[in-house]
Design a protein around this ligand. Structure first.
Ligand SMILES: Cc1ncc(COP(=O)(O)O)c(C=O)c1O
Length: 479
C-alpha cells in the first residue's frame, strides 16, 4: 500500500522551496510549529487530486474499497457530514421523499433541506431503561415502505451514537425489493468487520451507500471519513458531482495521509489490535457488572447475528435509578477522576473506547465507576433526575405542518422558551453531541417538548438551537 505520510515527509525534506499555498510555507508562525506545518500541503505536483484521482489517492481509495468490501470508496476530509450530504443528494431527485430514521445526524436533515426533500420518519423504539433509541428494525422499514410507494431512498444510522446496530442485511433486502437504494450512516462503525466475532459492516450487508467516520472509532485525525458505494442503484457521476460540491477544493493531505495510515494499520496490525481491544473492553464490561447502582448498557461478544445488537467500544452508564443526573456523573468523572467522557445525557453518561485505547484508560474508568457506585451519596444526594423523569415523554413524535425545506427559509422571531408552546419551530434544537434533533424547523412545539428542553438546560447539558439573553432562554419560531 502506498504511504502518503512518507511522501509528505520526502516533500518536506526535498529542498524544494514552496512558492505555493498554504501560506504558512512550512514555517512556524506563533503557536503553529514547523513540525505541524512541514507536512501540511494541499494539491501540488506529485500528489494527485482528490476530485479527479489518478495516482496515489486513487490507489489509496482502491485499498479502502478492498478493505471494506466496497466496489468504490471515496476519501472525505469534511467528516461523515460531507458523505451523508453527497449520498442523500445523489440518491434522490429534488422534491422526492426519503424514509429516514429520526435519530439521524443533523447532516441528513441538512441534505433533505438542500434537496427540498419530503421526509417520512422511522421512529426506532425507545430502550426506556436507558432513555435511548434502539436500532431501526426490518419490520419498521417494511411497513413504512408498504404505506408509501413514493419513497425514493432509505437512510438509517447504524450503529447509533449509543451503539445500537440494525439488521442491515434484512433491511437491504426489503429496500432493494422496492428498487430503491439503502444509505447507511455508519459514522460510528468504521471499525465494523475488523475484529473476529464482531459484526460486519454495512457494505457486506448489501447497503448501496455507507459512510464511515474513521476519526470516530479508529486511530485517525478529526474530520477523516470514507464514503463507500456498491451496486447499480447509485449514479456514480452524480455522487462525484456532489462530493465536489460539498468538499473543499483544497483538501488537507495530512488528513488524507491519516486515512491512508489507518488503512495500513487495519491491514497490517488490525487482527492483533482488535483482539486486544475486544479483550480489554470485555474485561471492563465484566468487571462493571459489579455495579449495584450505576447501570451499564450490556454488551456480549458476538451477541446475535440479527436484530438489535450492541456495538463494542461504547460505555453507556445510566444513573436513572440513582436520582443523579447524567451531568453530575459526567462532572464527577471529569473533575475527580480526570476522565473526559464523550457526552452527558439527561440520565446517562456515554464514554467511548477504541482499538487505540491504552489498558490504563480501561483500568481508570473501571476503578472510577466501581468507586462511585459505592459512594453513599449515590443513594442520598437528592432526586435530581427522578423527579423529572415522570413528566418527560421520550416517545413523543413531533407533528410537522410545514416541510423542513420550506420551514427553514420562512421568516421567524425569537420568543422566550416558555412562550413557544403551540408555535412552529424555526430552528433545529438538539443536544450536542450527538446532534440528533428533537425539534426540526416546521414542527409544533408542545408542552412536553418545552419541558424536555427546559430539563436539558436545567441539567447543564449543551443544547443547540436556543439562545441565552440576559438570563432568559429564547427559541426561534416561525412567524
Ligand atoms: C450518527 C452520526 N452521523 C454522522 C455524524 C457526522 O460525522 P462527522 O463529525 O464525521 O462529520 C455524526 C457526528 O457526531 C454522528 O453521530
Amino acid at each position: 500500500m502506498e504511504n502518503l505520510f512518507r511522501k509528505l515527509k520526502e516533500n518536506r525534506d526535498s529542498g524544494r522551496y514552496p512558492c505555493h499555498m498554504p501560506g504558512h510555507k512550512r514555517r512556524a508562525c506563533g503557536d503553529l510549529t514547523e513540525e505541524l506545518c512541514g507536512l501540511d500541503i494541499t494539491e501540488t505536483d506529485g500528489f494527485d487530486n482528490l476530485h479527479q484521482p489518478q495516482e496515489i489517492l486513487l490507489s489509496l481509495q482502491q485499498e479502502a474499497a478492498r478493505l471494506y468490501g466496497a466496489e468504490e470508496s471515496f476519501f472525505l476530509v469534511n467528516g461523515s457530514t460531507a458523505g451523508i450530504l453527497a449520498a442523500v443528494s445523489a440518491s434522490l431527485e429534488r422534491g422526492r421523499r426519503i424514509l429516514m430514521a429520526r435519530n439521524c445526524h443533523r447532516s441528513a436533515y441538512h441534505a433533505a433541506y438542500l434537496r427540498g426533500l419530503d421526509i417520512t420518519y422511522l421512529y426506532p423504539a425507545m430502550l426506556s431503561e436507558f432513555d435511548i433509541f434502539d436500532a431501526v428494525t426490518p419490520r419498521q422499514v417494511e411497513e413504512a415502505l408498504e404505506q408509501d410507494p413514493e419513497i425514493g431512498a432509505v437512510l438509517l444510522v447504524s450503529p447509533t451514537y449509543e451503539g445500537r446496530i440494525s439488521d442491515v442485511a434484512s433491511i437491504a433486502e426489503i429496500v432493494h425489493a422496492k428498487g430503491i437504494p439503502l444509505i447507511v450512516d455508519e459514522a460510528h462503525g468504521a471499525h465494523l468487520g475488523f475484529g473476529s466475532g464482531l459484526p460486519g459492516n454495512s457494505c457486506a450487508a448489501g447497503a448501496d451507500l455507507v459512510i464511515h467516520s474513521v476519526h470516530k472509532t479508529l486511530p485517525s485525525l478529526t474530520q477523516t471519513a470514507l464514503l463507500h458505494v456498491n451496486g447499480e442503484r447509485t449514479d456514480r457521476e452524480k455522487l462525484r458531482r456532489f462530493l465536489r460540491i460539498y468538499q473543499t477544493s483544497s483538501p488537507s493531505y495530512l488528513l488524507m495521509a491519516s486515512i491512508g495510515n489507518v488503512l495500513r494499520f487495519l491491514e497490517t496490525d488490525g487482527e492483533r489490535a482488535f483482539g486486544i481491544f475486544t479483550q480489554l473492553y470485555a474485561e471492563m464490561m465484566d468487571r462493571l457488572k459489579g455495579c449495584g447502582h450505576l447501570k451499564i448498557l450490556p454488551w456480549e461478544r458476538g451477541n446475535g447475528s440479527a436484530g438489535s445488537r450492541q456495538d463494542i467500544g461504547k460505555l453507556l452508564i445510566s444513573v436513572k435509578e440513582t436520582g443523579w443526573t447524567g451531568r453530575k456523573l459526567y462532572d464527577l468523572l471529569l473533575q475527580q477522576y480526570a476522565l473526559q467522557p464523550e457526552m452527558a445525557g439527561e440520565s446517562y453518561v456515554l464514554a467511548m473506547f477504541t482499538v487505540n485505547d491504552s489498558p490504563e484508560g480501561y483500568r481508570r474508568m473501571t476503578q472510577a465507576l466501581l468507586e462511585i457506585d459505592k459512594d453513599p451519596q449515590l443513594e442520598t444526594m437528592g432526586r435530581e433526575y427522578a423527579g423529572r423523569k415522570e413528566i418527560l415523554d421520550f416517545s413523543e413524535k413531533p407533528t410537522s405542518r410545514i416541510p423542513l425545506a420550506k420551514a427553514w427559509d420562512m421568516a421567524g422571531e425569537l420568543v422566550e422558551l416558555s412562550r413557544s408552546v403551540g408555535r412552529d419551530a424555526g430552528e433545529f434544537v438538539n443536544l450536542y453531541p450527538p446532534g440528533v434533533p428533537v425539534l426540526v424547523p416546521g414542527e409544533r412545539i408542545t408542552e412536553n417538548m418545552y419541558i424536555r428542553i427546559r430539563s436539558w438546560l436545567d441539567s447543564g447539558l449543551t443544547v443547540q438551537g436556543v439562545e441565552r439573553k440576559a438570563g432568559n432562554i429564547y427559541i426561534r419560531v416561525i412567524t
